[in-house]
Write a protein that binds this ligand. Structure first.
Ligand code: PHE
Length: 339
């Protein structure tokens, strides 16, 4: 009898419960009104007189051990409930870190850079705050030249020589001033024009400029490069060059790509013609080369410039240019899968 009680003391000592229910079952088993201890105390009178002292002590120990166990485990279980409600389940895998997405302008810019990198163009950049020389005069747009009105310029009031560049062509000038041919460079960047904001136009937008200067560069080289670009960028292989005018190129052209007329959207964006204008280009005017200390007899070259927003709008069918600048997460999140 005594041995059995001693065994029970050990058993109770080692008992552990992971839920309140388990603990309650334990409590009822030992300490309940019909529990083991009750039965054992009832046995007391049957125990031989000389063993009663030890048996009584052992029973008291068992009772105390069981009661302490209940108190101890109740405290532990309550604490873990508390921890769970504060921290949640600490063994759960953590929440995945939410990745941001690249801005569609960056995605398109990087793609353009990548396409031209493959044929030997390197990236160059220039300042957004420019002087008159780099934005206009050196590009064959002397003061009072009527073509200055082609782009509405933000001037700094105190000093009309300082302005926000209206195009990335200013980087052409800066690059030629510092480098002699052969030159193959593309210059992405932000440009500024004092224009009313609408679905199609904004006062801040992005361009990519291309410049290629070497001996014997011809218009055919330009056309071939443009064809390569439109194939890589849009998967379209039909382009046309319409005569145009830019003061810094001669001859100048506007590049259209044949987009097709397969869907209703094609009709809408090409205004029913199937053709889309995507950039301006031309052979660098000899005056511009001269202004940048490049010998126009020895060298010739071509330049082109395109708006990144316009290309992004075409590629992703974005109906309003303002969406690029609103930082609306619902818009930006749609570009998550594109790098
Ligand atoms: N700079 C012109 C524009 O902003 C584009 C262009 C660049 C045209 C280079 C010809 C050559 O519209």
């Amino acid at each position: 009898m005594l041995d059995k009680v001693k065994e029970l003391i050990v058993e109770v000592g080692y008992f552990n419960a992971s839920t309140k229910e388990e603990l309650e079952t334990f409590r009822i088993k030992y300490l309940g009104s019909k529990g083991l201890l009750k039965d054992l105390f009832a046995e007391f009178k049957n125990v031989d007189a000389d063993l009663r002292k030890d048996f009584g002590q052992a029973l008291n120990t068992l009772k105390k051990t069981a009661e302490d166990k209940v108190i101890e485990l109740t405290a532990i279980l309550e604490k873990s409930v508390e921890e769970k409600t504060i921290y949640g389940d600490l063994t759960r895998p953590s929440e995945p870190i939410e990745l941001g997405s690249r801005h569609p302008i960056s995605i398109v810019k990087n793609r353009i850079i990548e396409v031209f990198n493959r044929i030997g163009f390197t990236v160059s950049e220039g300042p957004e705050i420019e002087d008159d020389w780099h934005n206009f005069s050196a590009l064959n747009l002397p003061e009072y030249h009527p073509a200055r009105d082609m782009q509405d310029t933000f001037f700094i009031e105190q000093n009309p020589d300082i302005l926000l560049r209206t195009h990335t062509s200013s980087v052409q000038v800066r690059y030629m001033e510092k480098n002699q041919p052969p030159i193959r460079t593309i210059s992405p960047g932000r440009v500024f024009r004092n224009e009313d904001i609408s679905a199609r136009a904004h006062c801040i937008f992005h361009q990519v400029e291309g410049l290629y200067i070497d001996t014997d560069v011809s218009f055919a080289d330009l056309k071939q490069t443009l064809l390569y670009f439109t194939k890589e960028m849009f998967g379209k292989s039909k382009i046309r060059l319409r005569p145009s005018y830019f003061p810094f190129t001669e001859p100048s052209a506007e590049v259209d790509i044949y987009w097709g007329l397969e869907t209703e959207i094609d009709y809408r964006i090409t205004k029913g013609t199937g053709w889309l204008e995507i950039m301006g280009c031309g052979m660098v005017d000899p005056n511009v080369l001269k202004n940048c200390n490049i010998d126009p007899i020895k060298y010739s070259g071509y330049a082109f410039g395109m708006g990144i927003e316009r290309i992004a709008m075409l590629l992703y069918q974005i109906p309003d240019i303002r969406m690029f600048y609103e930082n609306d997460k619902r818009f930006l999140e749609q570009f998550k899968s594109i790098i």
